[in-house]
Design a protein around this ligand. Structure first.
Ligand code: NHR
Ligand code: GAR
Length: 205
């Protein structure tokens, strides 16, 4: 059994998708904890209702990123995680934190990286006039939204799209993309070579 710790800051719909898939597909993994950087994150209630332990490490209570990350790391490591899953987590993490979880921390970002790293991705995609947009699952490295890509999903940008309609179309894809990628990690199907991720699609797992 592998231990997964999920980090959220808000709604937590990607967290929910991972929890539901792990239960429905009986992954050899347990969601050991859900930890939020905000005490008012709606996702905490879903996790608690599913019998998952929750904790809050409130980023605004800490004067520096280093202090916040140290407390967060201590809270996470109580659960001996094999994998850390960022799901709508909104705080940039310091290099020592990222190094501590190297090779075992995934994020889902709402754009087709390397396009639109950072925030407000849907508005920037609309402003740029791209005809395709989407989401990327990647390993987290110190450089924001630049870690090796594990999987991507693409959606069309349609005439008349707004941030609301476009983000909803992307989010729907995220909810199948992220559980699939997390499952690959749990099944030891992901290997990294020279900054690229290989997914083992043979069936002997
Ligand atoms: N940390 C590192 N080092 N590397 C990455 O790739 C990371 C990361 C932390 C979070 C998620 C990322 C996203 O998918 C993520 C990837 C927050 C910000 C941000 O600017 C940017 C990207 C992501 C997450 N956060 C502001 C900050 O000052 C706060 C914004 C807010 O609170 O609303 O930390 O998009
Ligand atoms: C998702 O679209 C996710 O890709 C994005 O925010 C949304 C979170 O929704 N993540 C980021 O922007 C990280 N900075 P959720 O809380 O319902 O999963």
């Amino acid at each position: 059994m592998k231990n997964i710790v999920i980090l959220i800051s808000g709604r937590g719909s990607n967290m929910e998708a991972v929890i539901r898939a792990a239960q429905a597909e009986q992954w050899p993994a347990r969601i050991a904890a859900v930890i939020s950087s905000r005490s008012d994150a709606p996702g905490l209630a879903f996790a608690a209702a599913h019998g998952i332990g929750t904790a809050v490490v409130e980023s605004k209570q800490y004067a520096t990123r280093a202090e916040f990350d140290a407390v967060l790391q201590a809270e996470i490591d109580r659960h001996a995680p094999d994998l850390l899953v960022l799901a709508g987590f909104m705080r940039i993490l310091t290099p020592p934190f990222v190094e501590h979880y190297a090779g075992r921390m995934l994020n889902i970002h709402p754009s087709l990286l390397p396009l639109f790293p950072g925030l407000s991705t849907h508005a920037r995609a609309l402003a740029a006039g791209v005809t395709e947009h989407g989401a990327t699952v990647h390993f987290v490295t110190a450089e924001l939204d630049h870690g090796p890509t594990v999987a991507q999903a693409t959606v069309p940008v349609l005439p008349g799209d707004t941030v609301e309609t476009l983000s909803a179309r992307v989010l729907e894809q995220e909810h199948t993309l992220y559980p699939r990628a997390v499952r690959w990690f749990i099944e030891d199907r992901l290997t990294q070579l020279n900054g690229a991720v290989h997914v083992d699609h043979t069936t002997h797992h």
